[in-house]
Design a protein around this ligand. Structure first.
Ligand code: ADP
Ligand code: ZN
Ligand code: ZN
Length: 758
């Protein structure tokens, strides 16, 4: 009898719910050695191609005939790139979201690492050179007293004498010797030290940070916490050695970030790493700055505007335990961190934590699972908690910590309605509003005007015959972008020229209806020709650093107006903003999305948080045609908490999240009938599976057309599954997917806990 074969179970990046079995060609590798490689990248043959997979397990049995199995081509890693911890997290996620494990694994790796490059090749492509200084012979002979009159130079020379090995630029930076740049130039000119370009040895660099202590904290910036902040800090620290979810529910400007910083300090001093997730890092440079100023430790950022090399480099720093703090967006939740001791999710209500395509995970939920697996605390911070989180607090799954007062001396802004029914409105700006803006400008203040629609006008039509500019591939109108001189479909991103004559009747009476940020900007320019006006939306911040540059211009500015989309609503401090206006807030009142009101309320409160951050009090004005709508009464007179209680009662009555659980099956094809054929087959299978269900706990709604039925030339349909038990829904979806019919004409996906129902 031949010895039983060793089989490798491998996850490959293909959209299938199965794993793949391969043989090992190297007979020298026994099972134990192979088991040490679990989590490594493996190059395998796949049809005519080669693919990079992840080794999941080593086994001796397979359902496939042995002579049909192929051998792997090679192992790519020296040590597994996916740690045991991340592997466990990825497996859990793949199961919960019913997503192909190979694609989930991809999500855990930086793009560069997904390619068929060996570990050595990967490390080679991030090697960097840096300035390196070392004492010369002359320098060694020179006494630092000789430089007495130049105190900095003398200190620096002493420093080099006690550290003969020399210094990289980044190491010197971290020593916080003030004025070292100028002093080092002088020493160089005097021939006392010698400069060269040298390859950075990460280990040398990081040795400086092996042991973190209070010394790595910039004490000057430490703020004395108020009673609420202190209590919050103590509560978390008390439970730092186990899985404990917290909600830090603090109004904007109440000093949540200061609580994060002091918590992280304690985590670092305990020689652990901290992971901070933020909705969008480009929009929160001030947050990053505060971290950098406070802590003299390596901090790695992970977000989409890094290039592949930078991202891999930062990821590696985290994975090797060298970066002590990781700040990243959604996908950073999968960053391997061997000493992880705390996870913080800032602005936990933000919808960007949910991935809306492919592997549709929610970073907040994954954070909970990860913290649970690791037995560490996890802190969600926000001024406007999601209903899911509030329900978890109510059920005592999360502990709620409140910050009810603004820190420092800023006063909370007043929110009021501006009833514009039957009032003259010029391209979005009412007469009353114009007067309010004038008033603020006369006092040298800044104003933010918020319009959640970019471009010039959302509708372009013919006054003669009523023709409208429509996207030929989507059920959507084209938005005119006057500045770039084109019309754009905001759904499939196709551009068209702006017509001079009607495409239907050839008349030249082309009109534009409605206003986006571009038109508001133009209106304001006409109304206030001598005032600086800045537009901040995706169109004006596309270039690298453009956003940052705009922010620098307005940070301490006076007599300026900022017009922008919701980009402007996030984490910025504008001390001179005294008036914030939301122009067409009403649209959310009539949305078919059951979360629309929740999101609107969050937006109003977040936007309000931008005003009155400095010495001057702030005001928020909502321009509305529906001043009597109860929504406004709830949020304006009683605040977010009262609003959320009311709105959550409605959710409960309708068995909607967080009181019911949802899964959305989406599919698209060339025609609606193809979708219907597929979905009806799926429904028939569901009915069979559910036929022995005793109570009607699982409900299936559909098939129905998606809210936007046609997008990029494809017809879209969907089926909603609703259930009041998470576990039951999970089980059902698992069984259901196993029986799905094969149909190459449709593309389908399942979205667990969907946030966006479109
Ligand atoms: P949040 O994150 O809750 O919006 P921040 O942490 O940004 O609030 O704090 C708002 C402002 O209050 C910041 O300028 C911060 O420096 C200041 N601040 C925070 N905590 C304190 C404190 N304990 N004493 C004085 N100022 C504070
Ligand atoms: Zn016409
Ligand atoms: Zn389109």
């Amino acid at each position: 009898m031949s010895p039983s074969p060793v089989i490798l179970e491998i996850a490959l990046p293909v959209p299938l719910l199965t794993n793949f079995d391969f043989l090992v060609n190297d007979v020298a590798l026994d099972i134990t050695m192979l088991e040490h490689r679990i989590g490594s990248r493996v190059l395998v043959p796949f049809g005519q191609q080669k693919k990079v997979g992840i080794l999941l397990s080593v086994k001796t049995e397979t359902d496939i005939e042995l002579n049909k199995l192929k051998a792997i081509i090679d192992f790519l890693d020296e040590k597994p790139f996916i740690s045991k911890e991340i592997l466990k997290l990825a497996l859990w996620s793949a199961k919960y979201y019913h997503h192909a494990i190979g694609e989930v694994m991809q999500q855990c790796l930086p793009v560069l690492v997904r390619q068929a490059l060996s570990e050595t090749e990967l490390r080679d492509c991030i090697v960097e050179q840096e300035n390196f200084w070392q004492l010369t012979e002359l320098g060694n002979k020179t006494q630092s007293e000789d430089l007495k009159r130049a105190k900095r130079q003398s200190e620096l020379l002493d420093f080099f004498k006690t550290h003969q090995q020399g210094f990289f630029q980044s190491q010197l930076k971290s020593q916080e010797i003030s004025g070292w740049q100028a002093a080092i130039k002088k020493l160089e000119q005097a021939g006392l030290i010698h400069k060269q370009l040298k390859t950075i040895n990460q280990n040398e660099l990081v040795d400086t940070f092996k042991q973190i202590s209070e010394k790595n904290v910039n004490k000057e910036l430490l703020l004395k916490l108020n009673d609420e902040q202190q209590l919050a800090l103590e509560q978390v620290l008390e439970k730092k050695n186990g899985f404990h979810p917290f909600l830090l529910y603090g109004i904007t400007g109440s000093g949540k970030t200061e609580v994060y910083l002091q918590l992280i300090q304690s985590v670092l001093v305990n020689q652990k790493q901290a992971l901070i997730l933020v909705p969008e890092i480009n929009l929160t440079p001030q947050l990053f700055e505060r971290f950098e100023k406070r802590f003299n430790v390596p901090i790695a950022t992970l977000h989409s505007s890094l290039n592949h090399k930078q991202r891999f480099k930062n990821w590696l720093l985290a994975a090797e335990g060298k970066a002590k703090i990781v700040i990243g967006t959604r996908s950073a939740i999968f960053t391997p961190m061997p000493d992880l001791g705390l996870i913080i999710l800032d602005e936990e209500h933000d919808s960007s934590y949910k991935q809306q395509e492919g592997f549709r995970y929610h970073a907040r939920d994954i954070a909970m699972i990860r913290a649970n697996f690791l037995s560490i605390p996890v802190l969600l911070g926000t001024a406007t908690p999601s209903f899911e989180t509030l329900e978890n607090v109510r059920q005592k799954k999360y502990q709620c910590l409140r910050l009810t007062k603004r820190a420092g001396n800023a006063i909370a802004p007043k929110i009021s309605l501006m009833d514009v029914r039957n009032k003259q409105i010029e391209h979005g700006i009412s007469y009353q509003l114009k007067a309010r803006i004038e008033e603020e400008l006369s006092q040298n203040n800044q104003i933010i005007i918020f319009q959640n629609r970019r471009g010039f006008a959302p509708i372009t039509y013919c006054h003669q015959c009523g023709w409208m500019a429509q996207c030929p591939s989507c059920d959507a109108k084209l938005t005119t972008h006057q500045k770039g001189n084109y019309m754009l479909c905001h759904h499939c991103e196709t551009r068209f020229p702006i017509p001079v004559n009607c495409l239907s009747c050839n008349s030249d009476q082309i009109e534009k209806l409605g206003a986006g940020t571009e038109r508001i900007e133009q209106t304001l320019l006409n109304l206030f020709p001598d005032v600086e006006i800045f537009r901040i939306d995706r169109d004006t911040t596309r270039g690298k650093d453009q956003f940052h540059q705009l922010m620098m211009k307005v940070k301490d500015g006076h007599r300026q107006i900022l017009v922008g989309t919701q980009m402007l609503s996030k984490g910025h401090h504008f001390p001179n903003v005294t008036l914030v206006v939301i122009l067409d807030i009403d649209q959310g009142l009539f949305s078919t999305d059951f979360r629309a009101m929740e999101k609107m309320a969050q937006l109003i409160v977040q936007v309000a948080g931008r005003a009155g951050r400095g010495e001057k009090p702030g005001q928020v004005v909502l321009q509305t045609h529906q001043p009597e709508h109860p929504f406004y009464e709830h949020i304006l007179s009683h605040g977010y908490e009262y609003f959320s209680q009311q709105a959550m009662e409605d959710r409960q009555q309708m068995q909607l999240p967080p009181y019911g659980y949802l899964a959305l099956l989406r599919c698209d094809a060339k025609s609606e009938s193809i979708n219907l054929e597929f979905l009806n087959q799926c429904l028939a299978i569901a009915q069979q599976l559910l036929s022995n269900q005793t109570q009607e706990s699982i409900q299936i709604i559909g098939p129905v057309p998606a809210p936007m039925q046609r997008k990029a030339g494809r017809f879209r349909s969907q089926v909603l599954v609703q259930c009041d038990h998470r576990q039951l829904l999970q089980q059902f979806i698992g069984q259901w997917l196993e029986h799905f019919p094969k149909n190459h004409r449709v593309k389908w996906s399942i979205d667990i806990d969907p946030q966006d129902m479109a």
